[in-house]
Design a protein around this ligand. Structure first.
Ligand SMILES: *Cc1c(COP(=O)(O)O)cnc(C)c1O
Length: 498
């Protein structure tokens, strides 16, 4: 299996793709051909556990790992008690639950941070450390992350106590929700550090980029036997594991008799950076009978316009919405989609990305636009419709959904594609309890106040990882200035041996 950059023809192995994260030319590592699953293979997967299926699927994309290695990473990620379906004792990492006939919620938030990023970030650290080992890297690795909330906590949980790694996370002081701050301040693990930075998210992001570029920091950290790396969402090691749950849910639907093997279903995904829905696209390209892929956005609807008209234009107002993890104007993983819909034309992708960088805009035409629209349908909804949908689903189904999932439900119901649709449910309602509570007519409040009131009002179970925050001790309460970010990372790397 060869990988290339989306922007210029080159070859890399899967281990190189995962270890490097981003390609040297600024493009994204992407497999040059997509492995095909036959009907007979899919049939044979029906009896597999989630981890066994993950090993099968990942082995098709990553031929420098053995299936046994991949299985051991999957088991370490998904079978060691870190996933728990709220209100049950089910340890299955994902669940499928019918809302109304034809609406199948694929629940992806049973992990340690109560949002879907755990699905990738629980296994990615194992893929990363194994890739480095395969490439002969002797140093241990320090992951640095700037976060506006969700990713930092998921990365902390993924890397905590993983041998040969340490992880440092910067978040904007006062710029994350109360629950998100508590999640990070109480982080456990012997190889973790968390800093609140006086500044906003962009300051954190810029600061981390500066550390990566700093010769002085890299020398000091290198002298400690450590190299810097990132757990960025454009890393192939984060994308590949997301393909698995789409295949898993298709097999489950067949098992439950909702569909017969071979029947078409649609997939609807509340989308931000385009990673999750791209995984569904890759599953489709592998041969899964997915008819329409429905891309759901909030008021930041750059992707809706793109899919409807072919014009990607980030020159527009940015809105803070009830679904903050989708508040994004540049969806990085669209770049991988461009690679596939142009038939692997790197010069074409590089040209579009140059236009995007220079003018904030590019347009698809002809064959590429036709290809895009033959697969994707798009829609968006604003905060009022998001809130109305949370209410509608609670009153109609006695089922509590979070603000991101609500965007998906709204767009699915507005689109009405017919047949069965798998709808990605990306977070627990309690992770965004303030917005959900208000949608249900509750008073505006925050943190545990909002969680308690929401639980009282709905009787819906609170995920254990959020519940247990209540009794957790604060381990990290350091607030630093922007110009101390680098020295904090260097000190952290020099502070102990793993
Ligand atoms: C990250 C995130 C999304 C967006 O997923 P992408 O892969 O970036 O499109 C949606 N919902 C939640 C809760 C998230 O954390």
């Amino acid at each position: 299996m060869n990988y290339t950059s989306t922007r210029s023809a080159m070859t890399a192995s899967s281990a190189q793709a995962i270890a490097s994260g981003i390609a040297p030319d600024g493009g994204l590592f992407t497999p040059t051909s997509i492995p095909q699953l036959t009907a007979a293979e899919l049939e044979s997967f029906r009896s597999l556990s989630y981890s066994e299926l993950a090993a099968e699927i990942l082995s098709r994309f990553m031929d420098d790992f053995t299936k046994e290695e991949l299985l051991s990473y999957a088991q370490a990620a998904y079978d060691t008690g870190r996933f728990l379906r709220p209100g049950t004792d089910s340890r299955e990492p994902v669940g499928l639950c019918e809302l109304n006939p034809g609406e199948e919620l694929l629940e992806l938030f049973y992990g340690p941070t109560a949002a879907f990023k755990d699905m990738a970030l629980q296994i990615m650290p194992r893929l990363l450390t194994a890739s480095l080992k395969k490439l002969g890297e002797q140093r241990s690795v320090c992951i640095l992350v700037a976060t506006s909330g969700d990713t930092g906590k998921a990365a902390l949980e993924g890397f905590r106590d993983v041998e040969g790694t340490r992880i440092g996370v910067y978040f904007p002081d006062g710029g994350v929700s109360e629950i998100q701050r508590m999640q990070m301040e109480t982080q456990e693990g012997g190889n973790v550090a968390v800093w609140a930075v006086r500044g906003n998210f962009d300051d954190c992001q810029t600061g981390v980029k500066k550390i990566f570029a700093s010769e002085e920091a890299n020398r000091a950290i290198g002298d400690a036997g450590i190299m810097l790396s990132s757990a960025n969402s454009i890393n192939w090691g984060r994308l590949a594991p997301q393909i698995v749950y789409y295949i898993w849910s298709y097999l489950r639907l067949a098992q439950r008799g909702v569909i017969r093997m071979g029947d078409s279903v649609n997939v609807c995904v509340p989308t931000g950076n385009f990673g999750n829905i791209l995984a569904a696209y890759l599953a489709r390209r592998m041969g899964l009978p997915f008819a329409r892929l429905i891309c759901a956005s909030n008021a930041n609807n750059v992707l809706t316009d793109f899919i409807r008209t072919g014009v990607y234009d980030r020159n527009r107002d940015f809105y803070r919405t009830l679904s903050p993890s989708m508040d994004i104007l540049i969806s990085s993983n669209v770049e991988r989609l461009l690679y596939y819909i142009s038939g692997g034309n790197c010069a074409y992708v590089a040209g579009k990305m140059r236009e995007l960088a220079e003018t904030g805009r590019y347009a698809l035409e002809g064959r590429e636009l036709a290809e895009l629209q033959s697969v994707f349908t798009a829609g968006f909804c604003d905060d009022a419709a998001t809130a109305r949908t949370i209410r509608e689903v609670w009153e109609g189904n006695r089922h509590l959904i979070d603000t991101h999932t609500a965007v998906g439900v709204r767009v699915l119901r507005d689109t009405a594609p017919g047949g069965v649709t798998i709808l990605a449910s990306t977070a627990s309602a309690y992770k965004f309890a303030d917005g959900v509570l208000e949608a249900l007519g509750g008073e505006r409040c925050d943190g545990f106040d909002a969680i308690d009131r929401l639980a009282h009002q709905t009787g819906s179970p609170v995920p254990m990882p959020l519940e247990s925050l209540r009794g957790s001790a604060v381990r990290f309460d350091t607030v630093i200035d922007r110009d101390r970010m680098e020295s904090a990372a260097v000190n952290f790397c020099q502070s102990f041996d793993l």
